[in-house]
Design a protein around this ligand. Structure first.
Ligand code: TEU
Length: 590
């Protein structure tokens, strides 16, 4: 068997400590999060305890046993702060309060204590590229050109009576909004109700650091940082390269991974985490990030972030100029991308591993096969593929039971600000909604946001009343109650994989190597992990046709650690392995 570039076996350690840095206790052993699995909760869609059709903190408290059964180490909670909910809480009007929609600060404290009592850490969502336009900071800032907080946001004069530059918003149209009263435009990379903070202003940075310390003092264990690589914009905010036929353009080059990013992150680490006792986790959401930058962000010696979410493997099925135009990815492109990230961050840095989150369509519909005959096998095999890799796996609510995309039949079914704004812009482009619905249905974030499917009851056990977004009709057979404790289920496969990450060091820390024979094969994922004398072999058939794989003499005798099928032999008797459609296995040789 030949392998491609091998990577080092050195696991990341926590940063070289500054004098008095409490992290020094861990400086000689792998960071705790190298063997952790994170579970993401999108509170609005997890469980509704107060019967208003929207999920809440009490609903999470009521389902802590589900998390314990799954065995996760950390919960990442999507925003629960006070918010007008223009972008489901990613538009924050008070960073230090809980939105009444979700409950009270008392509920939050009870949730935190409940998680800690189960040995689960809590990671908050930190949304500081922008605030809500209803945040008092912005209300003051827009009150007049000489207001002391004017410079907390990004205000510019009109250019030739129009927007200051050609940047487009992620949520359609220009990234600039005119404020009639003061005659200037403010920048909003996302919705008009999400003005961008001006990170060039040291007072803004100090206010964010103080807020982060306040949450750490409360006992939270870290932050997932929303679009954190957008906080440093290119000086002068120049026009971006225009793309054909577009009035407002994707201006990534002008604000992603900008000039002061590393400085801002190192400062944040110093001001918030350095010297603080405890075990924390920081993960930066970094759309468009390339491997070279990701290595810098996550090099422990630089003390910036522990890991980042990269977007390459979840962008391959979208047209670069129009997110909602579905473009089938080239065969094996997703695999090639993830392998490349494994190799690039093999020596320095650390990967976060995900198929799903609240912004992505459901993995089993997107990367697997949601035909009822293949749904279960493909959901399990996608899990094997991801959880076999080197990095920290993230499980998004519902992924652990194989939840699928929603069958959106009309524009009226859609709720998300991104897609609603997009639909509103279609007529001016001469496109009708029905013809665009195919692509939209595959990509829209609403797929991820339908209610968690707890049981086969009305509304999937999510709520006693009609939920804010309808439950998927397949909740009748696809639900947690039908899977927890049921041998062979998707849930039990996730539980097994999560347990192995903690108990099998080579799974957490082993170096990655792709098996070259199958690198170009569209259906086959075949790679190894090694640590000292221990070796893992991960084999997955991402297709319906059965396959016979040659793995080489040196794997004969390896023991089956976990299989997705039912009939796999306990050990490898020959150098060939027969995999059924969508079957996967992990073998261990020690
Ligand atoms: O998302 C940032 C982001 O760039 C995309 O993933 C986004 O979902 C969109 O699809 C771009 O087309 C983060 C949050 O995860 C998302 O929920 C927020 O809406 C957004 O930032 C703004 O805070």
């Amino acid at each position: 068997m030949r392998v491609t570039t091998d990577t080092t076996e050195q696991p990341p350690v926590v940063p070289a400590p500054a004098a008095g840095d409490a992290h020094s206790a861990y400086a000689t052993e792998p960071a705790w999060w190298t063997s952790a699995v994170v579970y993401q909760i999108y509170p609005r869609s997890f469980a509704d305890a107060d019967g208003d059709g929207v999920g809440d903190l009490r609903g999470i408290i009521d389902h802590l046993d589900h998390l314990t059964a799954l065995g996760v180490d950390v919960v990442w909670l999507s925003p629960i702060y006070r918010s007008p909910q223009a972008d489901n809480g990613y538009d924050i009007s008070d960073y230090q309060d809980i939105d009444p929609l979700f409950g009270t600060m008392g509920d939050f404290e009870e949730l935190l204590a409940g998680l800690h009592a189960r040995g689960i850490k809590l990671m908050m969502d930190l949304v500081v590229n922008h605030t809500s336009d209803e945040h008092p900071w912005f209300v003051e800032s827009r009150s007049g050109r000489t207001d002391p907080r004017r410079d907390w946001y990004i205000w510019r004069d009109p250019r030739d009576g129009r927007e200051p530059n050609n940047w487009g918003s992620f949520f359609s149209g220009s990234a600039w909004q005119l404020d009639e009263a003061t005659g200037q435009y403010y920048l909003h990379l996302f919705d008009v109700k999400q003005p961008d903070l001006n990170w060039e202003n040291p007072q803004v940075r100090a206010a964010v650091h103080a807020m982060m310390r306040w949450w750490l003092d409360k006992g939270v264990d870290g932050f997932r940082m929303d679009v954190i690589n957008f906080i440093s914009k290119v000086e002068g905010l120049p026009d971006a390269q225009p793309s054909e036929g577009q009035e407002f353009v994707n201006a990534f080059a002008m604000f992603a991974d900008g000039p002061r990013m590393h400085e801002f992150l190192a400062e944040m680490h110093r001001e918030v985490f350095a010297g603080r006792p405890g075990q924390f986790l920081t993960v930066g959401e970094t759309p468009g990030v390339r491997t070279e930058q990701a290595v810098l962000y996550t090099d422990p010696r630089r003390a910036e972030l522990d890991m980042v979410f990269q977007f390459e493997h979840v962008s391959l099925d979208q047209s670069p100029t129009d997110k909602f135009t579905y473009a089938a990815p080239a065969p094996a492109a997703v695999k090639a991308s993830l392998y490349r990230w494994q190799e690039a961050l093999g020596e320095t840095g650390w990967n976060s591993l995900y198929w799903d989150n609240h912004d992505q369509p459901r993995a089993v519909s997107r990367f697997g096969d949601d035909d009822p005959q293949w749904w279960q096998a493909s959901a399990k095999t996608l899990a094997t593929i991801l959880h076999g890799l080197r990095g920290t796996p993230y499980v998004y609510q519902g992924e652990e039971i194989g939840m699928t995309n929603y069958p959106f039949a009309s524009g009226a079914d859609l709720r998300d600000v991104e897609v609603v704004n997009y639909l509103a812009g279609l007529p001016s482009k001469g496109v009708d909604v029905e013809s665009a619905l195919h692509g939209i249905g595959k990509i829209t974030r609403d797929n991820a946001r339908t209610p968690m499917q707890w049981d086969d009851g009305r509304y999937g056990g999510f709520s006693a009343v009609s939920p804010w977004l309808p439950a998927n009709p397949n909740t009748a057979w696809l639900n947690a109650a039908a899977q927890v404790g049921v041998a062979g289920s998707v849930f039990e496969h996730y539980r097994a994989l999560i347990g192995l990450r903690r108990s099998v060091p080579v799974l957490a820390l082993g170096s990655f190597a792709a098996i070259e024979e199958y690198a170009e094969d569209a259906a086959i994922w075949a790679y190894t992990r090694s640590l000292g004398g221990a070796r893992l072999l991960v084999l997955a058939n991402a297709g319906r046709d059965p396959r016979t794989l040659r793995v080489g003499q040196d794997w004969v005798g390896a023991g089956l650690l976990l299989g997705s099928g039912v009939e796999a032999d306990r050990s490898l008797a020959s150098e060939t392995v027969e995999l059924a459609g969508w079957e996967s296995r992990i073998y261990l040789f020690e």
